[in-house]
Design a protein around this ligand. Structure first.
Ligand code: T5A
Length: 210
């Protein structure tokens, strides 16, 4: 049995991860890329496990006195990831299944590292603990401007991270650009029609994983 593949979608809030995750989930099993018999697990961070759903609620919706300080926030994202990897992602990959995840450790570098200004080398060490060294086979970065991110989410109820505002989001956007270059992510312009974005993502996946 060959190990499965881990594909990650990442980027700013509202960049289209959910939309594209659905499109890729429909396409991947008939793409000819997955071995016969391999399943596809679609998941997300935070909240890809039952335990993680409780953490997601705390991370995104706790306000006022209940809200975590930045260091606690960092540790909660790491805890969510450790649980996600050990109970969902690693077993799936070992079975030979493919995993498509909406966000992974690059988000922590972008949001908690570049956005909050927490120490990047400590975040990298924490990533080692949380992931046990597991890295994605391919990360697809949906590149979107801060202005488009805000425009797309206008009128929707903001979660705690989204409510941080434009200056924070600009630092996160810069962070994604840095991490994408360092980690050799596949960048796709997210400000195109959803179908055009899907087509570009499919091309990246075929080029990298065929
Ligand atoms: N976070 C997460 C951290 O701070 N650290 C971490 O380590 C991790 C893992 C939750 C938050 O947690 C933070 C980052 C986040 O702030 P989330 O649940 O992934 O993460 O939240 P969002 O990224 O905000 O998810 P959204 O559902 O809001 O955005 P998506 O999934 O990227 O985008 P989607 O597909 O829902 O689309 C958003 C809107 O845009 C439209 C859609 O119809 C929708 O209205 N749209 C398009 N419009 C025009 N053209 C296109 N191509 C479009 N594609 C989608």
């Amino acid at each position: 049995m060959t190990r499965g593949r881990l594909i990650v979608l990442d980027g700013l809030d509202g960049c289209g991860k959910t939309t594209q995750r659905s499109a890729l989930a429909a396409w991947l099993p008939r793409s000819g890329l997955m071995p016969a018999g391999a399943g596809l697990i679609c998941t997300r961070e935070p909240g890809g496990t039952v335990f993680g759903q409780t953490l997601r609620e705390l991370l995104l919706h706790a306000r006022g006195d209940q809200a975590p300080v930045p260091q606690a926030e960092l540790l909660l994202y790491a805890a969510d990831r450790a649980q996600h990897i050990e109970t969902t992602i690693r077993p799936a990959l070992e079975r030979g299944d493919w995993v498509l995840s909406d966000r992974f450790s690059g988000s922590t570098l972008a949001y908690q590292g570049h956005g909050r200004g927490l120490d990047l080398s400590l975040i990298n060490q924490l990533e080692q603990i949380a992931t046990g060294g597991l890295t994605p086979d391919l990360t697809l970065w949906l590149r979107l401007s801060v202005e488009d991110s805000i425009r797309r989410r206008r009128g929707e109820r903001e979660d705690r991270i989204e409510a941080e505002g434009q200056v924070f989001l600009a630092k996160v956007a810069e962070g994604f650009a840095v991490v994408a270059a360092q980690r050799n992510w596949c960048a796709v312009e997210a400000a195109q029609s959803p179908d055009a974005v899907t087509h570009c993502l499919q091309q990246c996946i075929k080029e990298q994983l065929a």
